[in-house]
Design a binder for this molecule. Structure first.
Ligand SMILES: [Zn+2]
Ligand SMILES: [Zn+2]
Length: 286
């Protein structure tokens, strides 16, 4: 896609997002999480916004998994979690981090955002997230220059799913991230070329197979030798973002940092795999 066409598409997209958010606010005035009614200027009331749980524990320096407690941190060589130390996974990204715990409130917000087409929820979540993400990136930059992103990319949806959902939640979050970091966002450089099955129905091994070969870097020159920040809404097993990172590294990206809005706790992922999860919403367990 030419830069001019890409700019025109972005202009159209932003105008459409603004109109949808405005109509939606007029039509609905109750909080999507607690149901509080009133003359809300936002789909998530202030009480619910301030009750989202930040991931404040020390995390694995590669996959971003929060450590259970401080004594685990003290015994974790190189600040790596057990899985990363055992090389159970081959991660293609350099570092992954999430900002909020994927608890009941965050889940309610994300499900309403993705499946009820509530654009304005994306604005609230993106607005809350972007400054925190920016701060995390600044901390990373202090220790490693490769963490300074040159370009922001969202995890793409397949065009069939994009048609039914009408928007890509990761693209909305990437837009906020790009603005906060003062970096350009490339919406079309990474494409999902295969319409994959919903990840929630699959075991961890099946998840990896399901996304294998599902992504393509359409314009490798755009990311060559650059530090890329890859954005998605949720990190669970990491299979989706890892496959994207693999393709970007193959295409010549110098580094790939993965930033996600939320992450379930390790116990939640275990329960989901064991089939005892809270009712999960389609593909969020990526
Ligand atoms: Zn509320
Ligand atoms: Zn790890």
């Amino acid at each position: 896609m030419t830069p001019r066409r890409s700019l025109a598409m972005r202009g159209l997209y932003e105008a459409w997002a603004f109109i949808s958010s405005t109509i939606e606010l007029i039509l609905s005035s109750s909080c999507v999480i607690c149901g509080a009614r009133g003359a809300l200027a936002t789909p998530i009331c202030e009480g619910c916004q301030s009750s989202f749980t930040l991931i404040e524990a020390h995390c694995c320096k590669v996959c971003g998994r929060p450590f259970g407690n401080e004594s685990v941190v003290a015994h974790s060589e190189g600040f790596l979690c057990g899985e990363c130390r055992s090389k159970k996974h081959r991660w293609y990204f350099d570092h992954a981090f999430s900002t909020f715990i994927y608890d009941e409130k965050m889940r309610a917000a994300i499900l309403a955002f993705k499946y009820k087409k509530r654009f304005s929820i994306g604005d609230v979540l993106g607005g809350l997230w972007a400054p925190l993400l920016s701060r995390h990136i600044a901390d990373l930059e202090d220790s490693d220059e490769r963490s300074r992103p040159d370009l922001v990319l969202p995890v793409p949806l397949h065009r069939k799913r994009l048609r039914s959902r009408e928007f890509n939640q990761a693209a909305i979050l990437a837009r906020f991230s790009g603005i906060a970091l003062g970096r350009p966002v490339a919406y079309d450089v990474l494409a999902r070329i295969r319409d994959t099955e919903y990840q929630s129905r699959l075991s961890p091994v099946q998840k990896i197979k399901n996304v294998k070969g599902a992504f393509k870097v359409t314009e490798p020159k755009v990311i060559e030798d650059l530090n890329v920040l890859l954005i998605d809404d949720i990190f669970t097993t990491g299979a989706t973002v890892n496959e994207c990172a693999k393709m970007m590294k193959k295409a010549g990206a110098a580094s790939v940092i993965v930033a996600t809005l939320a992450r379930p706790t390790h116990a939640q992922v275990g329960e989901a795999i064991g089939g005892k999860a809270m009712a999960l919403g389609a593909d969020e367990w990526a």
